[in-house]
Ligand binder design. Structure first.
Ligand SMILES: [Fe+2]
Length: 258
């Protein structure tokens, strides 16, 4: 047995869908209730579906009983404020786990690289079921910001930078990719993130919205990349030394939960 995966996602680990007409919808994300939750930067989250329908965003495996990132419970008070967002998360008809809006304050490229992490969406997901992937629907217009993906955390040549204008829709295997968003600002970025179970429903949805993994990276000056790489290595070394001085192992260089 093995997990059910989408062919397009399996090939490159991401799929870009048709751009959504975000401007036609109200800015529902501004009405939602947010909770403080630091993850890959200066962030807050507004959950729409959570483990038990509470306004919290912890991984489903951190609850009792622990379970994988499926069967999220919709939060009535949040759903009432964001019907368009909920409709979009439910459109594929695939099982939905966590569904939330992330608010990300501006950062820089070096911080983005420092924040790169892999998700753990498939913890406790039984073999033979659908692999959990994540949809990223950019809500604010951040065309100069990039969803930054790396197959190899410290190898810039594996980097994929996908621009995030309003309505950008990307599905990512976030357990495969090291990922973080480089958000240039100046205003906070908002994005709907939904955990979906791979399967025929998600495949049909990808096809309907002309999913493609053809992508060309926007140019980034090699010196900017080299400087940021060096900065990350320095910060990681400092962090490791600081932990060692307190007798603690450095087993999680960055927060793995996002
Ligand atoms: Fe993540």
């Amino acid at each position: 047995m093995s997990y059910v995966k989408s062919a397009l996602l399996e090939e490159k680990g991401f799929v870009i869908l048709d751009r959504y007409d975000q401007g036609a919808d109200p800015q529902e994300w501004l009405d939602l209730e947010y909770v403080e939750w630091k993850s890959s930067g200066d962030t807050r989250f507004a959950p729409l579906a959570s483990a038990f329908g509470e306004i919290e965003v912890n991984g489903f495996w951190n609850h009792t009983p622990p379970r994988t990132d499926k069967d999220g419970v919709w939060i009535d008070s949040q759903v009432a404020k964001a019907p368009h967002l909920v409709q979009r998360a439910m459109e594929p008809g695939a099982n939905v786990g966590r569904c939330r809006v992330i608010e990300l304050q501006p950062n820089d490229y070096a911080n983005t690289l420092y924040n790169l992490h892999q998700d753990d969406n498939n913890r406790l997901n039984p073999d033979g079921s659908g692999w959990i992937v994540r949809g990223f629907f950019n809500l604010t217009d951040d065309a100069e910001s990039f969803l930054t993906l790396r197959e190899d955390r410290f190898n810039p040549s594996s980097e994929i930078r996908i621009p995030l204008p309003a309505g950008a829709q990307i599905i990512v295997d976030t357990q495969r990719f090291w990922h973080a968003v480089w958000h240039k600002g100046p205003a906070p970025r908002y994005c709907l993130i939904t955990s979906w179970e791979s399967g025929p429903e998600l495949d049909a949805y990808i096809e309907k919205h002309h999913g493609t993994n053809l992508h060309e990276n926007p140019y980034l000056d090699p010196q900017v990349i080299a400087d940021a790489q060096a900065d990350v290595q320095r910060r990681l070394a400092e962090r490791s030394a600081s932990l060692a001085s307190r007798g603690r192992p450095d087993d999680h260089p960055v927060d793995p939960e996002a």
